[in-house]
Unconditional design. Structure first.
Lengths: 243, 300
């Protein structure tokens, strides 16, 4: 599966909240140019894995390598500076900053050097944000916040984009719009994407490969198509619990 | 009427100094949610550095332009005081950041005592007077406005303008506001949160140092214990204006200044502090998060 060296290589990672183990022995690899989906139920540890990549919380065991650099113990902001961007769980828009300022925060790695150029790309993907440019982040609707969160992550010119539940709580039409945008970015710019989803069907259709996580353990992996066809996956995540 | 306007002028002067100190409280609270009780003593330290610079300057030069004097005093005080506050944050507050909420608060009170005792031991416990630096007084329609008061207001206004620009228009200010709203997210975007917090302490200390220099110039005297009362008043100002809000801090400072000068003018000077704190209590009953503060719970 990992013929070439993976862009993001997670090996044997264990993460704890206090004494509670949230991840145990997680192995995940994301190759350059792929869209990889991680699916699983509520509380399986998907978001924890996303945040562990950024060192909050830190992995207690195992290693995380990005583009050949061991990032397991790097400070969070230095991990971001290697060009990993995340649209995190709960979107985490800066509520008292305008849409523009939120996007500028995304571009702070390059000190706004490519801001004008990149912001146009974001507006092409999400024209809605352009209309809302002077509005405060906290006053946006859920879907708009999601677009802003993804747009802000893209402003960092990432080599790897981490998306945590981009479809959460959104109308189907907007979900489709966001998934189309992700596919588009991957195809035209070769952006590598690692996404976490509860919407297993949409995510697996979008993804090159997928992983299934149950209670902090990766139980299955394979291509998006294989997982979609897998009866266990279908039973657990796609057909509303029909066993 | 004349008397009233006169008191307005005095209140404005006093309020400017409180406001400058209050900004330091409110900024630090905004970014790490802690009341830096040592901030009043940082202000006192600024006044002492200014005093020392003044004594050195007067012994070296016979007569130099007073504005130049003040400028040098201010700059040196800002640098030295910032250095103190930067160090305090690093050694006393940062290690406690993950700790329970009261820990840094107690440490701040300890730092406050340590700073004032340090100055008491090294500089002596007595009041340190300086000869009047500026004594010109203008008379406008029977209202006397001293040059000192004009300097205080002008310096405060120009510093606030600079400060407003820094916070609202630069990437540093944006990073500060981001850390204030969501520290974890700021780090995810590559912002060095620790560094941003350090800079916040440095900025707060620099403003307090200017307030200290102005205080020394205005009253012509400073003592090691002078950090406490202005510190508490400035803290009150920050709470009154809405802690965490920068315009609120300045507004609160001006209000406390006005209340004090008006109360001393029309009622009893002995009760001016009682008046200031009573108004704080009354305002907080009706506006629990201060005048310009935002409510704790936010809809996101």
């Amino acid at each position: 599966m990992t013929a070439a060296r993976a862009l993001l290589d997670i090996k044997g990672v264990e993460t704890y909240y206090g004494n509670i183990r949230a991840l145990s022995g997680v192995d995940v690899a994301v190759n350059e140019g792929e869209i990889v989906a991680l699916i699983g139920a509520n509380g399986a540890g998907k978001s924890t894995l996303m945040m562990t990549i950024f060192g909050t919380p830190r992995a207690r065991r195992g290693t995380i390598t990005f583009a050949g650099t061991d990032i397991t113990d790097l400070p969070t902001h230095e991990i971001a500076r290697l060009r990993i961007a995340q649209s995190p769980e709960g979107r985490r828009i800066f509520p008292r900053m305008t849409v523009m300022e939120n996007l500028q925060m995304g571009a702070s790695l390059d000190n706004l050097k490519y801001y004008d150029e990149d912001v146009e790309k974001v507006f092409t993907l999400f024209p809605r944000l352009k209309e809302r440019i002077a509005q405060r982040g906290g006053t946006l609707s859920g879907g708009e916040q999601q677009m802003l969160s993804i747009g802000r992550a893209l402003m960092a010119r990432p080599k790897l984009l981490l998306l945590d539940e981009p479809s959460l709580g959104l109308a189907p039409l907007i979900v489709k719009q966001i998934f189309d945008a992700i596919r588009e970015l991957n195809r035209t710019q070769g952006l590598t994407v690692f996404l976490v989803e509860q919407n297993a069907f949409g995510a697996l259709k979008l993804a090159t490969r997928g992983y299934v996580m149950v209670n902090g353990v990766v139980t299955m992996s394979g291509t998006g198509k294989d997982l979609l066809a897998n009866p266990e996956v279908r039973a657990a995540y796609l057909e509303g619990g029909r066993h | 009427m004349q008397y009233f306007v006169q008191q307005m002028v005095n209140g404005l002067t006093l309020g400017s100094i409180y406001g400058l100190i209050a900004i330091g409280y409110t900024m630090v609270y905004g970014i790490i949610g802690m009341i830096n009780f040592a901030h009043g003593d940082i202000f006192m330290l600024g006044a002492f550095v200014a005093l020392i610079v003044f004594l050195i300057l007067t012994s070296l030069f016979y007569s130099v332009h007073v504005v130049l004097f003040l400028l040098v005093m201010m700059v040196v005080a800002m640098v030295m005081t910032s250095l103190y506050n930067w160090t305090i944050e690093k050694v006393a507050y940062r290690p406690l950041r993950g700790s329970f909420r009261l820990a840094p608060l107690i440490t701040a009170i300890g730092m406050s005592i340590a700073l004032s005792n340090f100055v008491q031991v090294t500089q002596g416990p007595r009041n340190k007077p300086i000869p009047p630096m500026v004594s010109t007084v203008y008379n406008v329609n029977g209202i006397s406005i001293s040059l000192k008061q004009i300097i205080i207001v002008v310096v405060t206004v120009s510093l606030l303008a600079l400060f407003w620009y820094l916070v609202n228009k630069t990437s540093l200010g944006r990073a500060q506001r981001a850390c204030e709203q969501d520290r974890k997210m700021a780090a995810l975007l590559g912002i060095d949160v620790d560094r941003t917090i350090s800079i916040t302490f440095v900025m707060g200390a620099a403003l307090a140092a200017v307030a200290g220099t102005l205080f020394l110039m205005y009253y012509g005297v400073v003592a090691f214990s002078d950090g406490f009362v202005p510190g508490v008043k400035a803290f009150t100002a920050a709470v009154l204006g809405g802690i965490g809000s920068l315009p609120g801090a300045m507004l609160g400072g001006l209000m406390i200044g006005f209340i004090e000068s008006m109360w001393s003018a029309y009622f009893s000077i002995d009760y001016k502090d009682v008046a200031a704190f009573s108004i704080l209590a009354i305002v907080l009953i009706f506006l629990p998060s201060g005048i310009l503060g935002r409510p704790e719970v936010e809809k996101v």
